[in-house]
Design a protein around this ligand. Structure first.
Ligand code: DC
Length: 224
């Protein structure tokens, strides 16, 4: 890490593993900035739909990713000045995100945008390749996961709470398809880095996971 670079805590893992909730709480505890990198891929997927561009058209989708007009205001996200906070959370947007995330041009176009979130006093970043590609010098790397069934159940509860339609069987199928695409793609696949700490939250609460991440950070940054 460059001497003056702000510290990064990288939290990677499959969809619905709870990494977003854990990362946000860790950021709040440490007064760090927060990057939800998945939201950028979701925004590109949505931008493609708005522009009626196929998610497999690499040249045009990369152009959209490079020109993405996005603003993060508190907990809200605006794409082309339109509020899309809820729209990017739909299962459909997640599936589109996973498709555009396979395109090398899109990943490249989003790289600097993600690194720009790094600022003092520090950053908590969650995604699939935070520790492997975007912030390889992260001071703490966590690989957060949970059983697919448990993740489908969590997503189900989340959607029902928001008053959205959901089916457990369809969600499980979607999660398994997404895991498959995210971990098998040729570029920056989801995988546990050799220097990442494995954290299984199947039987662990969000708050317990937060405690473990904060403790790891404290241990990593303590003076010898
Ligand atoms: O974390 P999420 O479910 O919001 O991410 C949506 C999709 O974006 C996910 O299926 C894969 C992709 N993604 C990625 O490829 N790299 C990241 N760093 C974050 C997300």
């Amino acid at each position: 890490m460059a001497a003056n670079a702000a510290p990064v805590i990288a939290i990677d893992g499959p969809s619905a593993s709870g990494k977003g909730a854990v990362a946000q709480k860790v950021a709040r505890r440490l007064h760090f900035h927060y990057l939800d990198s998945g939201s950028l891929y979701r925004l590109v997927g949505l931008a493609a739909r708005h522009a009626q561009v196929s998610v497999t058209d690499e040249r045009r989708v990369t152009g959209l990713a490079a020109a993405l007009d996005v603003r993060f205001v508190d907990d809200d996200i605006y794409l082309d000045r339109q509020l899309v906070t809820d729209a990017i959370r739909s299962e459909e947007a997640g599936a589109a995100a996973s498709e555009v995330a396979m395109l090398p041009g899109v990943r490249q176009a989003l790289l600097e945008r993600q690194r720009a979130f790094r600022a003092a006093p520090g950053l908590v970043a969650d995604g699939r390749d935070m520790g492997s590609v975007v912030f390889p010098d992260a001071v703490v790397k966590i690989y957060l996961t949970a059983d697919a069934e448990e993740r489908a159940a969590r997503r189900y509860k989340q959607l029902i709470r928001k008053g959205m339609d959901a089916s457990m069987a369809a969600l499980l199928q979607d999660i398994q398809a997404r895991d498959n695409r995210d971990s098998k793609r040729a570029i920056a696949p989801l995988k546990k880095c050799s220097d990442a700490i494995f954290l299984d939250t199947t039987n662990l609460s969000i708050d317990d996971a937060v405690e473990q991440v904060v403790a790891r950070y404290a241990a990593a940054t303590q003076a010898p």
